[in-house]
Design a protein around this ligand. Structure first.
Ligand SMILES: C[S@@+](CC[C@H](N)C(=O)[O-])C[C@H]1O[C@@H](n2cnc3c(N)ncnc32)[C@H](O)[C@@H]1O
Length: 313
């Protein structure tokens, strides 16, 4: 019989005791838990578990947890620069807190770095095509692809208003002018206009897209050839919404070929990841693991456990 899934506090404790980097702790799951049921007892339990260990808890860990508690307060931010293999630079304004404004979307996660590296090694997949990114966050992967892979159109999407605002600012910072910041989904006729775009200057769109509420018609209007996402598999509820959306994407294709789908995930909790694979199987979505590079060009220290799955919808 499979072991029951350890609680969130226990997973914090295990990672902490194993001296894993602070970022590899299950912050997105914590965000999701607090979003569905604000619960200071959970935070107290996490602190208790960490304090009851022989180890001395890190100050930064307290600070990160404190950020969660006072998340409505002004979050601090910084500017980060990521050097692309071409020597070009992606500059982003990012939050210094792992969770701020009620979201984990205000900083760049390792899976986004790995996905960008893989994309830059496979530019032919993106050249001249319409790319839809789900849960884009503040834009690193998409900006790197726009700079290096010559897509015809790149559609950044997310559901969180603050993330969308920061994403818009980061696009401007990198010389990309979105068609309509936080535009909702376009109409089909607007989508058709995208077809004539020049490959060398990608058309950039920012779409407010929530997997839970987006309709098949709205997805069809986007006319995506390829769909990508990084670090969007971290909570059972999110997983179900994501798979529901992928099913809508597959039924919305009408006469078009189904988009190719690639999802990069940091495996923080193997149970959550297995649940994702089991739910894909249940939904009849075939998948295969894309062999990943063991090291990431954009990461200089510890390499997290990131996997890219190709889904056949
Ligand atoms: C852990 S962050 C990853 C951000 C970025 N892809 C990265 O890897 O740096 C997860 C992102 O998914 C977005 N997200 C979560 N649930 C969503 C939903 N139901 N619809 C659309 N986006 C969602 C969040 O707003 C957040 O930006």
């Amino acid at each position: 019989m499979a072991e029951p899934r350890p609680g969130l506090a226990l997973r914090f404790q295990r990672r902490f005791l194993a001296a894993r980097p602070l970022r590899s702790l299950p912050w997105p799951e914590l965000e999701q838990s607090l979003r569905t049921a604000p619960d200071s007892a959970l935070l107290a339990d996490i602190l208790h578990k960490l304090e009851s260990t022989a180890a001395e808890p890190l100050d930064e860990l307290y600070e990160a947890l404190a950020d969660v508690l006072k998340e409505e307060e002004e979050s601090t931010h910084c500017y980060k620069n990521y050097l692309l293999p071409s020597g070009d630079c992606v500059s982003l304004c990012e939050s210094t807190a792992l969770i701020s404004g009620g979201t984990t979307g205000l900083l760049t996660w390792e899976a986004a770095l790995h996905l960008a590296q893989w994309a830059l090694q496979n530019p032919g997949l993106f050249r001249g095509r319409t790319v839809l990114e789900l849960g884009s966050g503040i834009g690193f992967t998409g900006i790197a692809i726009c700079r290096s892979c010559q897509p015809r159109t790149f559609i950044f999407s997310d559901c969180h208003p603050r993330v969308l605002r920061q994403l818009g600012e980061n696009l401007q910072l990198n010389g990309l002018t979105p068609e309509g910041v936080t535009c909702s989904i376009q109409t089909e006729s607007q989508g058709q206009e995208l077809e004539g775009q020049n490959c060398h200057t990608p058309k950039v769109i920012v779409a407010e897209l929530d997997w839970g509420s987006v309709t098949e018609k709205q997805l069809l209007a986007l006319r995506a050839d390829i769909v990508i996402a990084a670090d969007v598999v971290y909570d059972p509820e999110i997983i179900l919404a994501l798979i529901g959306m992928l099913q809508k994407l597959s039924t919305s294709r009408a006469d078009r070929k189904a988009p190719e789908v690639f999802i990069a995930s940091t495996i923080r909790n193997p149970d959550t990841y297995q649940l994702f694979q089991a739910e894909l199987d249940k939904a009849g979505i075939r998948w295969q693991v894309i062999p990943a590079h063991s090291s990431c060009h954009f990461l200089y220290d510890e390499q997290p456990d990131v996997t890219i799955l190709q889904l056949f919808i």
